[in-house]
Write a protein of this length. Sequence first.
Length: 424
Amino acid sequence: MSNNNYVQRENFIAEVYHNENDDELLNTTEILKDKYDYICKSINDEGYTLENPECNLFKELLYDDMVVGFVTYDYTKGVGDFSLNEIYVLPEYRGNKYFISELEYMMLSGSTVSIYEPTHRIIEILMENNLARNIVDNLVVSSISLDINQDKSECTVSNHEWKDDIIHSCNLYDLNISACILPENISDKDTNIIHYSRCLADDNKHYSADSIRENIDNDYFENIKNSIIENHEEYVATLMELEDNKPTADFDIDEIVGRPPNLSGYLEELIAEEFVTRQRALEIQAQMIEEYDEGLILSESLLKRLEYLSMEDLINEDKMAEGFDSSEFDMKCPYCEFPITLIDKTCEVCGLRLDNDELLEYAIFDELTKDIVENIEEMRRNGLSDEEILEITKVFGDDLSSGYSNGEELKKMLEEIVENELNK
Ligand SMILES: [Zn+2]
Ligand SMILES: [Zn+2]
Ligand SMILES: [Zn+2]
């Protein structure tokens, strides 16, 4: 097709559409039919399936001044979170890094971006760009969260239901069956509950996902579970390394909250839109300046923190109304009490900086101790004496004591635990 027919933006600025009403999503297919019939035609011609044709936000992708594709998002849980649920670029304009540029743009603007039901091809692009890595067998670790929800996913246990029907995120992907992998209670020896994303048309077309899935059984998922457990340390280490490679925003505190007695443009706008009173805006400014000075907020999450504080009262009211109970979370943010993970540098909800170093050290220590204790019998069968087993323990302990702040202490604890076990 001649690109004379393409929609053009003379100012080189992409149009963005978003829904005004939270309950009413935009219909992506209708937007395409109304405004971009050539994109519609291209999608049909190549037999591409829009798996999630509804969104909160639709954004054009431009080549010079021409619209050559689009990306859509669904706002998921919490504040400032964007779940990318579709991206399409006309075939002749691919190879211009639209997808990666879009992710980088979102991250540099301080938003947390995740991908809803990624295709296998999307995972390959993440891997090529150091945002995901193949750790073992077919398992890939992704530093961009991958989202799935119950309605549209499969589970190793039939009729098993999640307690809540919010969207769930994971960081694991199986290249063989082309699925996001979300294990539940992985340390439970008696059950093996793994949620995994449904078969997508694109994966079927390019990776024969359907026929591969026909041949998998419980043993297959048992292997995945074992593989996750055995490679847990590498999984965490890889995730942290990938996390460090991610581009981050670099906000200026003066720009975000303004320098007293003046308020920033952001805060003035929140007042104008009656999100906050002037009094509340001044409180937020004072609180954030203090928190920033004390190192409790990283520059990358200043905007997220501002968004959270401006909505804090509403969020707390919601929590009360819903009977929010943080005691069910293993790890939670000390400020807002929403769940966090070991690798989060900041709270994804309220933007507070998290200090997980000690927790992480302990998790690695715990893992190592279990590994050694569980292998004592096997080492004995292989003819090792208790003394030799202790020697091996000491070598591992040395690694701990050199790598971590309280390593010496951990080393002693490790040796004591193994000694006790040997004397049983
Ligand atoms: Zn389940
Ligand atoms: Zn849940
Ligand atoms: Zn928080």
